[in-house]
Design a protein around this ligand. Sequence first.
Ligand code: PRE
Length: 210
Amino acid sequence: MSIIKNKPFYYSHYFKFSYFFALMLLLSACQHIQQSQSLSEGQISASESQKIDHLLMLINQRLEVAVVVAKAKWHSGAAIDDPLREASILNAVAAQARATSDLDSVFVRGFFQDQFDAGKIIQQHLISGWRQNPPSTPFDVPDLARDVRPVLDQLNPQLITALQDSRPLLKNPRVQAILAEHAQIFIHADAEIRQQVIQKALQTLLSNPA
Ligand SMILES: O=C(O)C(=O)C[C@]1(C(=O)O)C=C[C@@H](O)C=C1
């Protein structure tokens, strides 16, 4: 009797092949069920989620600059609110949006006004904290025109591109929910003001679906 003949069935190539094939079939079925389940539950696609997260990441980056703005203004004594600078940014972003996207300027202006206002909440909070507790004042002295505004000027066009990519998605209520949910992960600020900052930064995005 040959060795092959004595081999149990599960050693045969035929069995191994069928087993492998069945396993692959099962895995692909599971994947399919998982995908269709998540879509039927109203989840958004991975690419939609990435676009929303990218927008949130840029919003957070811009808000982080508010901390540096606050330090510059603390040392220079300049006012937190600078309506002329805001007007000049709003005109620039509206012009860029007109030239490079199909975003409407009311939406773009509303979004950027939210970012100024959210940043000003951070500035106010920090500066009033330093006023109340002088030993906590920052040592570094950034210069607003030289060190800080150029960073904001670089972020603004990136935000317009991210807005252009996410704007069509915002009419989906599920995307709106994900935006609010992921903001809790991506947007950082002191705990005392964090929810206020998030609410302000997302105001136009959440109240003005495409
Ligand atoms: O550039 C400044 O002076 C800032 O404080 C930054 C900023 C902004 O977010 O771009 C915020 C508030 C001011 O009113 C103007 C602009």
